[in-house]
Design a binder for this molecule. Sequence first.
Ligand SMILES: *[C@@H]1O[C@H](CO)[C@@H](O)[C@H](O)[C@H]1NC(C)=O
Ligand SMILES: *[C@@H]1O[C@H](CO)[C@@H](O)[C@H](O)[C@H]1NC(C)=O
Ligand SMILES: *[C@@H]1O[C@H](CO)[C@@H](O)[C@H](O)[C@H]1NC(C)=O
Ligand SMILES: *[C@@H]1O[C@H](CO)[C@@H](O)[C@H](O)[C@H]1NC(C)=O
Length: 302
Amino acid sequence: MNFFRYRTFKGKVLLLLLCIMGISTFWVVSETSFKYNFHSFINTECVSGSCLVQNQSWFNQRFQNDITPLLTSNYILSEEAFNWWKRMQGERRNMTFFKKTTQEIFEMFPAFPPVPKPGVDGCTCAVVGNSINLKGSHYGKLIDFHDFVFRMNRGKTQGFEEDVGTRTTHRAMYPESAMNIDNSTYLVLFPFKIWDLQWLVKSVCSFVMVVHPAFMKYVHESWLEGAGRYPSTGCMVVILALHLCDEVSLFGFGADSDGNWSHYWETLMNKRLHTGPHPGSVEYDMILKLAKHGRVDFYSGR
Ligand SMILES: *[C@@H]1O[C@H](CO)[C@@H](O)[C@H](O)[C@H]1NC(C)=O
Ligand SMILES: *[C@@H]1O[C@H](CO)[C@@H](O)[C@H](O)[C@H]1NC(C)=O
Ligand SMILES: *[C@@H]1O[C@H](CO)[C@@H](O)[C@H](O)[C@H]1NC(C)=O
Ligand SMILES: *[C@@H]1O[C@H](CO)[C@@H](O)[C@H](O)[C@H]1NC(C)=O
């Protein structure tokens, strides 16, 4: 990934933009204020600056800085987290088998997937959900402007570039939602059972990261307060991005203005489908709160 080159390019474009506007002198104070000013500049909901007020205590009560989001070859998995994870989809096999399967993965893929570190790599991430509210949004260019673009499951770009962009650096999937991904995209696997890990061993992806079971438990307990059986992939990707990126922008979450929950590329006949075993409204509230507290930029679409 030509991450640094892209960032430099983006930096230049930004700087040019700011100079043209003749206000660069006020803004290049520190990286942080620079960043926030940039966002207030592109996000009309932020013109007053009030959306940048952060409730530290709400966020800090939930965010665990020391959690390990991804499995690495030397991972530690507590019995407690493993037992929680097993219950999600009724896995019956034991921890020994889980460990054996993950070791097979690390024989095929890098033991330490390269992940950005907030505050160090200074990266911006777009997390693109699959909501129909993207249709007609013209967010494509804005989405592509981020260093990393996370998409989910079958969320496609072809034919929808204007609204959803063209780049995909990371695609969060589980095997049942799998689609072909190109050789420059990371597959971010959310394993729900050991079979998912075995599937990965047989897959033909170039880049892979596996989300830690304890991280999935953490999202459920800390962020959703245990609501529902387990969190949706979308919700977990949002929290994952908070742990990997300095800035997170969310696109394609929630219904459209008519309350329609379809995907942007297909019509869901069953309106309830979006929640399934997941606590849909709790997750959506969490996203709105993150936005309110200035932790994500939320683009609500059409
Ligand atoms: C911040 O969040 C805490 C915990 O959720 C809450 O008790 C408090 O009232 C909030 N403060 C503001 C100013 O919203
Ligand atoms: C774990 O399961 C395997 C079979 O898959 C079995 O051979 C082994 O004894 C079990 N280990 C423990 C500690 O229960
Ligand atoms: C990735 O795929 C493109 C075309 O699909 C190909 O030109 C390129 O050589 C591939 N790169 C690697 C590292 O396999
Ligand atoms: C949702 O939107 C799609 C596409 O605009 C439309 O075909 C469908 O009828 C809508 N579904 C509901 C339940 O309103």
